[in-house]
Design a protein around this ligand. Structure first.
Ligand code: ZN
Length: 138
């Protein structure tokens, strides 16, 4: 069902400051940024091997990332697993009685379809499932 770790999502207060750390000090390529209004975040991706680091900065106090920063501070927010068919994966998990945050996929960065599994179902780790579409940009 899962193909690989698609990316690690890290919640940050100041995307531009943290971007400098990943590009200048860790020397990762900068794959650009995007605003995802559905989640009230600005995200930037830094590819590393088969996976990516995703930085998420809230664009509104209503953003789930703003709430995360408030309660836990900056740090790893979620682990994202790539799947071929997110609708099928969600159905399977639901059948197994796994608690989901999203029963229906929503839109993530680059037009990907994403859905979150409830962290109570996975020992405190917020897991994102991610299905890339053919039309998405790089
Ligand atoms: Zn993500």
């Amino acid at each position: 069902m899962l193909k690989k770790i698609d990316h690690l999502g890290i919640a940050v207060k100041d995307l531009d400051a943290v971007r400098k750390f990943y590009t200048e000090f860790l020397e990762l390529p900068d794959a650009g940024e995007e605003e995802v209004p559905e989640q009230k975040v600005r995200v930037a991706f830094f590819p590393i091997g088969e996976t990516k680091i995703e930085l998420l900065e809230p664009t509104s106090p209503e953003s789930p990332i703003a709430k995360f920063l408030e309660s836990k501070g900056e740090g790893i927010h979620h682990v994202s697993f790539a799947v071929d068919n997110i609708t099928e994966a969600l159905l399977k998990l639901k059948e197994k009685g796994i608690r989901l945050i999203d029963e229906v996929p929503r839109r993530g960065a680059h037009g990907a379809k994403i859905a979150f599994i409830h962290p109570k179902a996975s020992s405190g780790v917020l897991i994102e499932l991610c299905e890339h579409t053919e039309h998405e940009e790089a």
